[in-house]
Design a protein around this ligand. Sequence first.
Ligand code: SPV
Ligand code: MN
Length: 606
Amino acid sequence: MKISSKLLSNKNQAILQSLNNPKVIKIVETYINLCKPDKVTVLTDTPRDINYVRKLALKNKEETPLKTPGHTIHFDGFFDQGRDKEKTKVLLCGESKISKSINTGDRESCLEEIFSLLSGNMKGKEMLVSFYCLGPTNSPFSIPAMQITDSAYVAHSENMLYRQGFGEFKKLKDPDKFFYFVHSAGELENGVSKNSDKKRIYIDLEENRVFSVNTQYAGNSVGLKKLALRLAIKKSNESDWLCEHMLVLGAKPQGKKRVTYFTGAFPSACGKTSTAMIPGQSIIGDDIAYLKRGKDGRCYAANVEQGIFGIIENVNPKDDPLIYKSLTTPKELIFSNVLINNKKPYWLGMGRALPDSGVNFAGHWKLGDCDGKDNPIPHAHKNARYTMRLSELTNVNPHLHDPSGVPISGIIYGGRDSDTTPPVVESFDWSHGVLMGAALESETTAATIGETGVRKHNPMANFDFLVVPLSTYINNHLAFGRKLKKKPIIFTTNYFIKEGDNYLNGKLDKKIWLMWMEGRIHGEYRAIKTPIGYIPKYEDLKKLFWDNLKQAYTKEDYRKQFHVRTGHLLAKLERIEAIFKIEPDIPKAMFVEIKKQRKRLKTIPS
Ligand code: SPV
Ligand code: MN
């Protein structure tokens, strides 16, 4: 089968033919005919092709080189600085059910709209067709994925963030089973998408595909990231595995040989990357993980990605020494939406003075410039980011690409919660732990467009990406645990507990909670049983603070951080129970856990 388009050179035709996959051919042909690019390039896994995309992003001016070798800057439009929940819709046919708070659209009319937006949208541009593998290649975790885009920045980001998958496509057992993504940045003005009012991200579960137009921000445009996450959540809930918004890390206490693997779910911009990068530990992933039952009946996890698209705000030598070092040394790295002055990047909270002018997400900028609503424009956007490969880091875990994944002993759920949950709590059992995740609340951040600091229910930190009913998703978690021979222990953490306006913890304290959880898994610490779970004993934390951070930890610190805030905890249970009552078919186990927790809380003196 050949593509009947003059746009495809013989070489590109031959590359596509070599996949021996009629579905791939048909898709590529369809979008060449619809989007009408000037040129089409099909890319393989070779260093030559990877280099081609890197150079094209510079030639297109989607990226500009900076002073440090390998570093580039990319800007997204002023109104395109985060995931756009309003413009993102899950397409549903007729009666299909899904949780009410998930944005949906009628499939037929949305497809009609998106095809009309894509029509002729690539005129004057080059269409890139690339192939990737979500999860390690050659593994039970692998999901093949194809990206069609007119943005070399998107393809460049994907080359850094995902494993190359042309080879994987060549040996597909079922040639029809892959995800695909069609993206167009649309008309550009000064290098950024111009028609942000026509931005659309449409998730078509029926065909395992996502369309994204008139946007460049990676969370909206990079198909393999949050767009694939939605498709994979559907897939995982139809089988018996978990697809989660989770980091994967190897914890290694000082002076001990063992490595204990954790996954951790945190909403966007709530400490997920910095947890994955805690000094002395090793990183496998910082954003998305697949969890499956291994042959031995244990839980295994793999990172879907091989890179980091991390928030840069507040990355400084004191709080995030490993990331800071990595951002300031030569390597292939894309900065986005930071301030550029004299070819150097600057960002908020970097621990040094920032220049008063330069180029930022608003264009040419100087201190005091305001937006259309008279609000001062900051030096850099709060959701400014960096993109790099994990292999660039010295603390990367050697099992990053292990086809079997790593065995998970602990699962962490952490939200941005100023007044309710203590810094670390261990669940009583799996079902109680699932409630901890399902009841997660977090204050909104700049990672999504809209108001920040608003407390929102965000089950398993995965709610933005849910495409199945919440009941199905929770049931899947309960069933997953039931089938495991050895269940990971579930914990909850909160890095954001406050007294008045002040945080009660330092940024590096997360290492202490991790070391305590690690020790609990190995039976090394006793704990105090409270109505909400087990909490650490003061003496253990005191020693951990001293041994790990050379920091004195007082009884007063402990009391403020760990006292059980009965009133707040009861109010939270009310909020969650009310949501669960509105959501259809929430498993009974969740109501039972809520009832037990309420009873325990009511029987202690406050
Ligand atoms: C997040 O917002 O959760 C991110 C970045 O990890 S994005 O690609 O926008 O999803
Ligand atoms: Mn994320």
